[in-house]
Design a protein around this ligand. Structure first.
Ligand SMILES: [Fe+2]
Ligand SMILES: [Fe+2]
Length: 278
């Protein structure tokens, strides 16, 4: 299969019969460039599970907002349209993440936590939005699992044998990586560049064109998650932090330790966030 065929299949993901109908609906809402906060609020509040999940997430230690956010419309106002679209997607792919790779959800949540903490320390404008980038950074793996459910799991298993990084093995096999796939679908869903670039370049932040710092934060957060050993994302090694990202973020060893310390509580308390869905 050549790379064009891979991309074509990924781009028609919502036509696949295996995609749950609720997710199809969510994707069509996200994809609409003119969708309003009000329409998203109406959609979310019409679904009790989605409502519960959004409220659980915004009130969880992943986000650490002071005070309780008790309504979906309040959450929307605090987070803004793009973060809400991303969050909506994040909470609705929960089952698929669980199914495609046990531990990917925990890996994603932890990356979101680290990203929020680093972004806040670096005085970034919207730490929540960058954190959503962390939550969705490996979305390409979910897409590949849906689109290639016969081959992709085998590819993941081969990481153990080949002793390489998953994205290198993907490049060899598909001609494209999960991060590039994530970038393609994020663009298709009309996410802003600020969200597309950290997803697309989380393994190569030096290639980001406009949002290098955002990409560097998600890059580092993914590595810190692997170093801390939270969840599972198909990797057996902890990759190096790219010097470009390290320099751009300008962190020292003490700050890094502080970041680990600050992330510890949210990481240990948020893993089971949706297990008691009602
Ligand atoms: Fe990745
Ligand atoms: Fe990852």
């Amino acid at each position: 299969m050549n790379v064009q065929e891979v991309i074509a299949r990924v781009e028609k993901i919502e036509a696949l019969p295996t995609l749950p109908s609720i997710l199809k609906k969510i994707l069509s809402i996200i994809e609409d460039p003119k969708v309003s906060l009000q329409k998203i609020t109406e959609f979310v509040t019409s679904d009790p599970t989605l409502t519960a999940r959004i409220l659980k997430m915004v009130n969880s230690p992943v986000y650490g907002f002071p005070g309780r956010i008790s309504s979906v419309s309040h959450a929307m106002v605090i987070l803004g349209l793009n973060a809400v679209k991303g969050l909506l997607l994040g909470v609705s792919v929960f089952e698929l993440m669980q199914k495609s790779m046990i531990g990917l959800w925990e890996h994603s949540l932890s990356t979101a936590i680290f990203a929020r903490i680093i972004a806040t320390r670096k005085d970034m404008e919207s730490p929540e939005e960058i954190s959503i980038g962390g939550l969705l950074h490996d979305i390409g793996k979910v897409i590949l699992t849906i689109a290639f459910k016969e081959n992709y799991p085998k590819l993941i298993d081969s990481v153990q044998i080949k002793e390489g990084f998953l994205y290198e093995i993907e490049k060899e096999y598909f001609g494209i990586t999960h991060s590039e796939i994530g970038g393609i679908v994020a663009k298709k869903w009309n996410f802003p560049l600020k969200l597309i670039e950290p997803i697309k370049y989380h393994h190569k932040p030096q290639l980001a064109e406009k949002f290098q710092k955002e990409a560097a934060i998600v890059h580092l957060s993914n590595i810190l998650t692997l170093a801390r050993g939270v969840g599972y994302s198909g990797e057996i090694f902890v990759p190096f932090v790219h010097p470009f990202a390290w320099e751009l973020l300008n962190l020292n060893e003490k700050e890094l330790l502080d970041i680990f310390r600050e992330a510890e509580e949210p990481i240990t308390t948020s893993g089971e966030i949706f297990l008691s869905d009602e």
